[in-house]
Each structure stands twice: as structure tokens, then as C-alpha cells.
Design a binder for this molecule. Structure first.
Ligand SMILES: Nc1ncnc2c1ncn2[C@@H]1O[C@H](COP(=O)(O)OP(=O)(O)O)[C@@H](O)[C@H]1O
Ligand SMILES: [Mg+2]
Length: 145
């Protein structure tokens, strides 16, 4: 699936729609260069559920993982830019796991839904999202509605 985003506001709208499709056990793998918008997407995803958490969502580059307790489910926000190896086996299925720099994670034979989102920078505010789904047909369907 490809989504063209014209500006920050459209990303905010898409993130909200996306959040509404989640059940709470998904792994979201984010790909994209520095400044593509991985952290911004995560921020909007969390704040669409709980607006007061918006300022809490920042790149966990120095902490590896931040946890945001939204009213729907915990969101585990992981950034592998510096620490390129992180064991998520204990948290899989217990919340939504969002990973920046997913190139560095190896996941094998998981039965939880996995959504891969590649963010391409097309202009100052224009982005293209290329989204792939594994065990996540219901989310694909939800996003297409
Ligand atoms: N449509 C957009 N989507 C995402 N970020 C955007 C967009 N337009 C502008 N930006 C800006 O691009 C930057 C993205 O930074 P960030 O989310 O930290 O990227 P990353 O985590 O991928 O390194 C932010 O300053 C954000 O405001
Ligand atoms: Mg980031």
C-alpha cells in the first residue's frame, strides 16, 4: 500500500486513522532516513489516543526504549540507531511496539501482526509511505476503508 502525504497535517490524520485500526499487539517497523518522520509519526500515533502525551514522545535515541501508557494500550517506542540490538521477546504481544531504524532488528516466525512502514522524503513536507503487512490483513482492510 502507498500513501502520499502532502504535509504534517495529513500525516497527523493518517496516524490517527492508523491508531484506530490497531488492536494493541502489533509490531510497527519504521524505515526511513534521518528526518524522514519516524519519530513524528510515532508522536502523532500516540497523541491521537492521548493528546496530553504528545510532548512525551521523543526520539529514544539515548534510552533505547520509551513506554507511553495510552488509555488503549502501552506503546513501546524503540530506536535502534545507536544500540543496534534489542531483545523485544518479553514485550511482544503486550502492547504496540514501534521501532525506528528497523533495519537492525531480526524477527523470525512471529504470529503477531507486523506492519512495515517505509517513509520516503519527497519534499519539505511531502512524504510517501510504503506499507507492507504481515499477519495483518485486518489492518490493511481497516486502512483501506
Ligand atoms: N509530512 C511530514 N511528515 C513527517 N515529518 C515532517 C513532515 N513535514 C515536515 N516534517 C518534519 O520533518 C522532521 C522529521 O523528524 P523526525 O520525525 O525526528 O524524523 P526521524 O525520526 O525519521 O529521524 C520534523 O522536524 C517534522 O516536523
Ligand atoms: Mg527519530
Amino acid at each position: 500500500m502507498e500513501i502520499n502525504i502532502k504535509n504534517l497535517n495529513e500525516l497527523r490524520n493518517f496516524s490517527k486513522k492508523f491508531a484506530n485500526c490497531l488492536k494493541g499487539n502489533e509490531i510497527i517497523l519504521l524505515y526511513g532516513n534521518l528526518g524522514a518522520g519516524k519519530t513524528t509519526f510515532t508522536k502523532y500515533l500516540v497523541s491521537s489516543i492521548n493528546p496530553e502525551l504528545e510532548d512525551d514522545v521523543n526520539s529514544p535515541t539515548f534510552t533505547v526504549m520509551n513506554i507511553y501508557e495510552t488509555e488503549k494500550f502501552p506503546v513501546y517506542h524503540i530506536d535502534l540507531y545507536r544500540i543496534k540490538d534489542f531483545d523485544i521477546s518479553d514485550i511482544i504481544g503486550t502492547g504496540v511496539i514501534v521501532i525506528e531504524w528497523s533495519e537492525y532488528i531480526k524477527l523470525e516466525n512471529l504470529d503477531v501482526p507486523i506492519i512495515k512502514i517505509k517513509i520516503l522524503t519527497e519534499g519539505e513536507e511531502e512524504r510517501k509511505l510504503i506499507i507492507e503487512f504481515e499477519n495483518a490483513e485486518n489492518i490493511k482492510k481497516c486502512l483501506s476503508e
